[in-house]
Design a binder for this molecule. Structure first.
Ligand code: NAD
Length: 480
């Protein structure tokens, strides 16, 4: 078999220790790999590169299209961008797949029947990193959910379920609150689910859904969710299996794949030789199945299960009476390599085809143009004073057919007829709508903004309000 080129990064914190372990296991398994190393993370950030990855590293990634990555430490603040998010978005890795299962009775868990897969949308949502300081006191993050992005992740989830013999896909969203963004996510889920009658489907609000993952994980098979919820749920799920150190993860797109551990760089245990390398090793197993080296993948996975069964456990899962040896990273790795020809006896053994993975998704549904009309404008404004004072200043600027319809603060209507108890910060939203039922022209909005500017009313932003197919493309304020 010819060697498959892959790009490897050792990362930060425990990254180099667990990558070292993983590469030893890969080599001993007979995997045919041609490894190229790149440097990413803290050292690169410190050299002044704000996204933690040098231009030269992209050359390797773009050529190999397969990335085995150890966790990295993202510096707090200072204008640094998360490298993980940059890589996922730059390589179009739209699906993050995180299997979580319990290894009862060998790893302590309250939930012996857990065997679920979280499929997390990987490019959109609050991870766009589009944030603004809207005033001295008000900060805002923009949550982006798109129809094509959602359609793709939903289809991926159902195709994954079908290809892996899974029976049910559960969507989690918060569409009772975020009716437009999460509302789209839920609606597209229902649309795509209807095309897969052989797979059961249901939807849960993410708060109760996460609670159920924590306490009744056996209810779930495949979970599909947005980026932020997926991040949280997968850590909860990994922890419920017994340790966050046990979870591997793949990030896949049309052309590229990135494989890693679920956990982070664990600076608290770095350099002590006690980190569990399992998450990255299982990430490497997912990589081998992706590149069609199923024999090596199965060999490593079975040896890993046997090592657990034999009670060779790293400190965070070690349990008196069940574990036989409290292993450091090196001991665990050595024990796994010694078992590369063994299979588990009690846990289910696995086998993988020698066929390159990657799901072939059908093309996106054709885009149908929807008629829209401009019905108003929201203007953000900085102001300190009462809602009535603000309304009278603004009302002095409005023209005949663009009327001040409502003022809200932190999303709650405060004018007209606001509640006295509503706390107001220093950033306000003014909603203007047509008062003669006619669509609004851009020129009318600009004229209004010009009059307000002359009256010293300070803008922070403007957002046009549209109806799509007669339906409002914006929400009403709380209490409106
Ligand atoms: P973490 O996952 O690194 O650690 C959480 C806890 O789990 C710690 O107590 C740690 O010791 C333990 N733990 C994690 N991995 C372990 C392992 N393999 N073996 C034994 N114990 C393990 O999360 P954190 O502390 O919130 O984040 C630390 C850093 O990692 C941050 O800079 C964060 O940005 C980064 N991070 C990176 C990635 C990634 O590169 N994919 C993912 C998450 C967090």
């Amino acid at each position: 078999m010819s060697k498959t080129p892959i790009t490897v990064a050792r990362g930060d914190g425990i990254g180099p220790e667990i990558m070292d372990a993983t590469l030893k296991v890969l080599e001993a398994s007979g995997a045919e790999l041609d490894i190229e190393e790149i440097e990413i993370g803290e050292a690169v950030y410190k050299s002044g590169i704000k996204n933690g990855i040098a231009d030269s590293a992209w050359e390797s990634l773009n050529r190999t299209r397969v990335f085995l990555k150890a966790p990295i430490t993202t510096p707090q603040g200072g204008g640094f961008k998360s490298l993980n998010v940059t890589v996922r978005k730059s390589l179009g890795l739209f699906a993050n797949v995180r299997p979580c299962m319990s290894y009862h009775p060998f790893v302590q868990t309250h939930h012996p029947k857990m065997d679920l897969v979280i499929i997390r949308e990987n490019e959109e949502d609050l991870y766009g990193g589009i944030e603004y300081r809207q005033s001295q006191d008000v900060m805002a993050s923009l949550k982006i959910i798109t129809r094509p992005g959602t359609e793709r992740i939903m289809r991926y989830a159902f195709e994954y379920a079908r290809a892996n013999g899974r029976k049910k896909v559960t969507c989690m969203s918060k569409d009772n609150i975020m009716k437009i963004s999460d509302g789209l996510f839920h609606r597209v889920f229902d649309e795509i689910a209807a095309e897969y009658p052989d797979i059961e489907n249901d939807h849960m609000i993410v708060d109760i859904g996460t609670a159920k993952v924590a306490n009744h994980p056996e209810m779930f098979d495949v979970i599909v969710t947005t980026n932020l919820y997926g991040d949280i749920i997968s850590d909860v799920a990994a922890e419920v299996t017994g340790s966050v150190g046990l979870g591997g993860s793949s990030n896949v797109g049309v052309d590229f794949g990135m494989f890693e551990a679920v956990h982070g760089s664990a600076p608290d245990i770095s350099g002590k030789g006690i980190a569990n390398p399992s998450g990255l090793i299982l990430g490497a197993v997912m990589m081998l199945t992706h590149i069609g080296q199923g024999d090596a993948a199965g060999k490593i996975h079975n040896a890993w299960l046997k090592t657990l069964e034999d009670g060779i456990h790293t400190g965070e899962i070690y349990r008196e009476g069940v574990s036989k040896m409290k292993a450091g990273t090196d001991d665990f790795t050595k024990a796994l390599i010694e078992r590369l020809d063994a299979k588990p006896e009690k846990l289910n053994s696995v086998s993988y085809p020698n066929q390159a993975g990657g799901l072939k998704l059908p093309p996106l549904k054709p885009r149908v143009e929807v008629p829209r009309e401009r019905v108003g404008v929201d203007l953000g404004i900085n102001f300190q004073g009462s809602p009535d004072e603000l309304a009278s200043l603004v009302n002095a600027c409005v023209s005949d057919n663009l009327a001040l319809h409502m003022i809200s603060n932190r999303g709650t209507k405060v004018w007209p007829d606001g509640q006295k108890g509503t706390f107001c910060a220093d950033n306000w939203r003014l909603r203007f709508k047509s008062n003669d039922g006619q669509p609004i022209k851009t020129s009318q909005c600009i004229a209004l903004m010009d009059r307000m500017n002359k009256a010293d009313l300070n803008f922070t932003k403007s957002v046009m309000l549209y109806n799509y197919d007669g339906q409002p493309g914006f929400t009403v304020a709380q209490g409106e």
